[in-house]
Design a binder for this molecule. Structure first.
Ligand SMILES: NC(=O)c1ccc[n+]([C@@H]2O[C@H](COP(=O)([O-])OP(=O)(O)OC[C@H]3O[C@@H](n4cnc5c(N)ncnc54)[C@H](O)[C@@H]3O)[C@@H](O)[C@H]2O)c1
Ligand SMILES: O=c1ccn([C@@H]2O[C@H](COP(=O)(O)OP(=O)(O)O[C@H]3O[C@H](CO)[C@H](O)[C@H](O)[C@H]3O)[C@@H](O)[C@H]2O)c(=O)[nH]1
Length: 324
C-alpha cells in the first residue's frame, strides 16, 4: 500500500479524499493540527498531529511514513476571516505551504496535489469560467491561493515539482454512510445553514442579495459533490504516479444553481418548510461562478457523478445524524 500524505486530512474535503484514496489501494496518512479538523474523521489511515509551519515535525513524519505524494488541503479558508486577518491567513496558507514544500524537497518528494479555489479568478468576466480566465482575486484568501499557485509554478520550472492544482467551486454533500461530513464551526456555507434551518436548529435562512443580475435575482454557484471532488484527488494522484505532467484544472459540475433554487431543494428534500429572510448582499460575493470542467474531464478522466439533489440528500442525512 503506497502511503500518501494528506495534509489537512481531518477536514471536510480531506477526510472524503482519504476515503477515496483508501478505495484505490493507497494508505492515506493524515497530517493535521486539528484547528478546524476532527480526529474522528480520520478513519482510513494514521493521524499525525502537527502544524504545516513546523518543519522539524514534518521531517519526522516524512521519515516515518515515506509517502510517495502529498495532497495538501490545510488552510485558513474563511473569506471573512481572511479580510479581518490577512497576515494570519497568509502565514498559514502561504507561509505554511512554503514550509511544507521545503520539507517535501528535503524528503525528495516531487508529487503534489493542491487545493485551490475558484476564488483565484476574482470577479468573473464570463458566465462560464475556464482555467485561462484572468486570475485577480478580490480577497486575501483568494490571493493566498493564487500566490501558492505561482510558487508551485516556479518550483515546477526550477525544481521539477509535478503538481496538480485543483480549483474547486462550491463543495457540498457528504459520505452517504454518514461516517464523515461537513462540520465547520462557525458554519458560513449556504447548504449546511439552510439544512440547519430546516432541522429547526436555526431561526431562519437569510438570502444574501436578491438584486443580482441573474434570472431570479439571487447569486449563482456551481455546487459539486464532495465525493466527486475526492475522486478528482485520487485521479490526480494516479496521474502524477503515472508520470504525467502537472496542470491546473477547475472542479465544478458546469451547472449553476441560484440561492433560491438551493432553498427550494432543501425544502423539498427535507420535507420541511424553512423560514427565509431576504437580506442585503454579502460583501465580496460575485453574482455567478460556474465552471467549464472540460480540462478535468480530458486530462484526468474526471466525471462529476452526483447532482444537486444527491448533494442536499447526503448533506441532510449527515446533519440530521449529528446531535447538535
Ligand atoms: N469547502 C469549499 O467549498 C472549498 C472551496 C474551494 C477551496 N477549498 C479549499 O479546500 C481545502 C479544504 O477545505 P475544507 O472545506 O475541507 O476545510 P476544513 O477547514 O474542513 O479543512 C482544512 C483542514 O486543514 C487543517 N489545518 C488548517 N490549518 C492547518 C495548519 N496550519 N497545519 C496543519 N493542518 C491545518 C484543519 O485542521 C482542517 O482539518 C482548503 O484549502 C480550502 O481553501 C474549499
Ligand atoms: O446564509 C447564507 C450563506 C450563503 N449565501 C449565499 O449562497 C452562496 C454560496 O455561499 P457559500 O458561503 O456557501 O459559498 P461561497 O460561494 O461564498 O464560497 C465558496 O467559494 C469561495 C470561492 O468563491 C471559497 O472557495 C469558499 O471556500 C467556498 O466555500 C453565495 O451566493 C452566498 O451569498 C446566502 O445567501 N445565505
Amino acid at each position: 500500500m503506497y502511503p500518501i500524505l494528506v495534509v489537512g486530512g481531518a477536514g471536510y474535503i480531506g477526510a472524503h479524499t482519504c476515503l477515496d484514496l483508501a478505495s484505490r489501494g493507497f494508505l492515506p496518512v493524515t497530517y493535521d493540527n486539528l484547528s478546524t479538523g476532527h480526529d474522528d474523521f480520520v478513519r482510513w489511515g494514521p493521524l499525525e498531529i502537527g502544524d504545516i509551519r513546523d518543519g522539524a515535525r514534518l521531517d519526522a513524519v516524512f521519515r516515518r511514513h515515506r509517502p510517495i505524494a502529498i495532497v495538501h488541503f490545510a488552510a485558513q479558508s474563511e473569506i471573512g476571516r481572511s479580510v479581518a486577518d490577512p497576515l494570519g491567513t497568509f502565514d498559514i496558507n502561504v507561509g505554511g505551504t512554503v514550509s511544507l514544500l521545503a520539507a517535501a524537497e528535503r524528503a525528495g518528494i516531487d508529487k503534489l496535489v493542491f487545493s485551490s479555489t475558484c476564488a483565484v479568478y476574482g470577479r468573473p468576466q464570463a458566465s462560464i469560467l475556464s482555467e485561462n480566465h484572468v486570475r485577480e482575486p478580490i480577497n486575501p484568501y483568494g490571493r493566498s491561493k493564487l500566490m501558492i499557485e505561482e510558487i508551485i509554478d516556479d518550483l515546477g520550472r526550477l525544481k521539477g515539482l509535478q503538481a496538480v492544482v485543483l480549483r474547486y467551486f462550491n463543495a457540498a454533500g457528504a459520505d452517504p454512510e454518514c461516517r464523515i461530513g461537513e462540520r465547520h464551526d462557525p458554519e458560513t456555507h449556504a447548504i449546511p445553514l439552510a439544512i440547519a434551518t430546516a432541522l429547526g436548529r436555526r431561526e431562519g435562512f437569510t438570502i444574501f442579495g436578491t438584486d443580482y443580475d441573474t434570472p431570479d435575482g439571487t447569486a449563482i454557484r456551481d455546487y459539486v459533490h464532495v465525493l466527486d471532488l475526492a475522486a478528482a484527488h485520487g485521479l490526480a494522484v494516479e496521474h502524477l504516479i503515472a508520470g504525467r505532467k502537472g496542470l491546473a484544472v477547475n472542479l465544478g459540475t458546469g451547472t449553476g444553481t441560484s440561492v433560491r433554487e438551493l432553498v427550494e431543494t432543501v425544502g423539498r428534500i427535507s420535507g420541511r418548510g424553512l423560514s427565509v429572510v431576504e437580506g442585503p448582499r454579502r460583501a465580496g460575493d460575485p453574482s455567478m461562478l460556474v465552471a467549464n470542467n472540460q480540462l478535468a474531464r480530458d486530462a484526468l478522466g474526471w466525471t462529476p457523478r452526483h447532482d444537486l439533489s444527491a448533494m442536499v440528500e447526503t448533506a441532510y442525512r449527515w446533519h440530521a445524524s449529528q446531535n447538535r
